[in-house]
Design a protein around this ligand. Structure first.
Ligand SMILES: Cc1cc2nc3c(=O)[nH]c(=O)nc-3n(C[C@H](O)[C@H](O)[C@H](O)COP(=O)(O)O)c2cc1C
Ligand SMILES: [Mn+2]
Length: 488
């Protein structure tokens, strides 16, 4: 079991010397942003601002902002360990003998324990405000960048229910605070929250919405996990935590909300209503321009007695969400491999902000295999947004930086090896001619085959013989050649 609440996680970070309490008075308008940005770009610790001007609540930020912190947040010692855990889920081999059956029992009980459970009383409802007492301006919501339209809640867990299946979705969609009791609801049209909202719009019904702010890190992470529609984020969070997420009935809407949350906002989205949202300094490193989005009316705010407001800022990479993106990439690679088994490795560089660049290594087995892989990726969930896909052979290191560039650029005949397709693009992409629709580029940088019409011979990569290497390894220290570590 990892952490039960944000508080537990923050205490663990502090014990490890990975959290700094900032007691100096700072403004939630731009100042926390500037401090958090410097901290993340300099590899600094998680931050807890205890003296935020204009609010009595402290602000936690950068709690996922390093590779180690992110892994700790998810209770994962190494990505290999995760692959094994997930493998039991994805490939549950039937136990063969009686002994195997007995051995499987603990794992099955473990799985049963990860379902969400409902509780009657909850820390997230210690203080309840409804009606005129609802006041979002009491929260230390950050205005992140100079051209932002206002303060934005950046790490909300938006909880909704599908009008026909009744299934719950949890998604992270930013919310611009307009006034004491209204915010924007920035679910992009491809996301599950927006899909459910379309169902309510067809029926002309109000959509009940609850928003948790600040939960245990696995639950927060589940809201960004690109799970297929209908697959429960809360079950996924339970699987990550090794213990089901405790939920409690909301006070004014018919939804279950995390019992251990710091804050919960309850309310509704009206199907016909839209309001100008943005601009907002976004994770593209540019301002997303203003546009019309649904509006969230808050009917209640419940909270802990002493809550911590959990947030993040996005902006020019690398930023905190880059570490979340890397965790998504690593956690979901085994799943991607199940559907596209030729994939050996996949890398989404942080400068590609999730969807602009994927470098994929494949075990090429048949003519046109690289292109088949591209189309499979363009057809898979949120990977459909991938603007550029570069496919290399399995012996190429997708994280190789300059070495990767060398391999890709030597392997291509541009006119032959480029695949350009049209389709949905990320709503945040500002370069496409139309919003949400544009072109995507695939580069086949695998070695070309005769069967693919390549009539020439393909040369071998230069490699020194092992015998000579070993001999020189032994000799090297005595040669007195200083190479800054790169010679050996
Ligand atoms: C910090 C952060 C902010 C995000 N903001 C938004 C947002 O405003 N709108 C949106 O559609 N997706 C946003 N996302 C991405 C979604 O959370 C992500 O695509 C998630 O898988 C959506 O869940 P769903 O598949 O259940 O819709 C954000 C992600 C992060 C890490
Ligand atoms: Mn979902």
């Amino acid at each position: 079991m990892s952490y039960r609440s944000l508080g537990e996680f923050l205490r663990a970070l502090e014990q490890d010397g990975d959290l700094v309490r900032v007691t100096a008075p700072v403004s939630p308008r731009l100042e926390i942003s500037e401090i958090a940005d410097r901290a993340v770009k300099g590899g600094g610790p998680a931050l807890l601002f205890e003296n935020v001007q204009g609010s009595k609540f402290p602000v936690a930020i950068n709690t996922f902002a390093s590779r180690e912190r992110m892994r700790k947040a998810l209770g994962i010692a190494s990505w290999e360990e995760w692959d094994e855990r997930l493998d039991f889920f994805l490939d549950p081999k039937p136990p063969e003998g009686l002994l195997d059956k007995i051995r499987a029992i603990p794992r099955v009980t473990e799985l049963a324990a990860v379902f969400p459970k409902t509780v009657r009383t909850a820390p997230s409802q210690e203080v309840v405000a409804t009606g005129d007492a609802v006041d979002l301006t009491e929260l230390p919501v950050l205005t992140c960048w100079p051209q932002d339209a206002g303060p934005f809640i950046t790490l909300p867990l938006v909880i909704t229910k599908d009008p026909s299946s009744g299934k719950t979705n949890v998604g992270m969609y930013r919310m611009q605070v307009y006034d004491r009791a209204t915010t924007g609801m920035h679910w992009q049209k491809h996301k599950d929250g927006a899909g459910q909202a379309r169902g309510y719009e067809r029926e002309g019904r109000r959509m009940e919405v609850a928003v948790a702010i600040g939960c245990d890190p696995a639950t927060v992470f589940s809201a960004i996990a690109p799970l297929p529609p209908g697959v429960s984020e809360l079950l996924f969070a339970g699987f990550l935590r090794g213990e089901g997420v405790p939920l409690v009935r909301a006070k004014t809407v018919d939804l279950l909300v995390p019992a251990e949350a710091e804050f919960v906002l309850e309310g509704y989205v009206d199907p016909a209503e839209r309001r100008r949202e943005g601009p907002f300094g976004d994770h593209t490193g540019f301002y997303s321009l203003d546009d019309d989005f649904p509006v969230f009316h808050v009917t209640a705010i419940t909270r802990r007695e002493r809550p911590v407001y959990m947030t993040t800022i996005v902006g020019r990479p690398p930023m905190e969400d880059g570490f979340m993106g890397e965790a998504v990439e690593r956690l979901f690679l085994p799943l991607v491999k199940k559907t596209i088994p030729e994939i050996r490795d996949m890398y989404l560089p942080v400068e590609g902000i999730f969807h602009n660049l994927a470098i994929v290594a494949i075990d090429k087995r048949y003519p046109g295999h690289a292109r088949k892989t591209m189309h499979a990726i363009w057809g898979m969930g949120q990977l459909m947004f991938t603007k550029t896909i570069v496919v290399v052979d399995a012996d190429v290191d997708v994280r190789g930086g300059g070495q990767l560039l060398w391999r890709v650029l030597t392997a291509i005949d541009p006119e032959r090896d480029v695949e350009i397709v049209h389709g949905p693009v990320d709503e945040l992409d500002f370069a496409s001619r139309l919003p949400c629709y544009g072109s995507k580029l695939g580069v086949d940088a695998t070695r070309k085959w005769k069967e693919e019409g390549f009539g020439r011979r393909w040369p071998d990569v230069i490699e020194m013989s092992d015998v000579v290497r070993r001999k020189i390894d032994a000799l090297w220290p005595s040669l007195g050649i200083k190479t800054g570590g790169r010679g050996v």
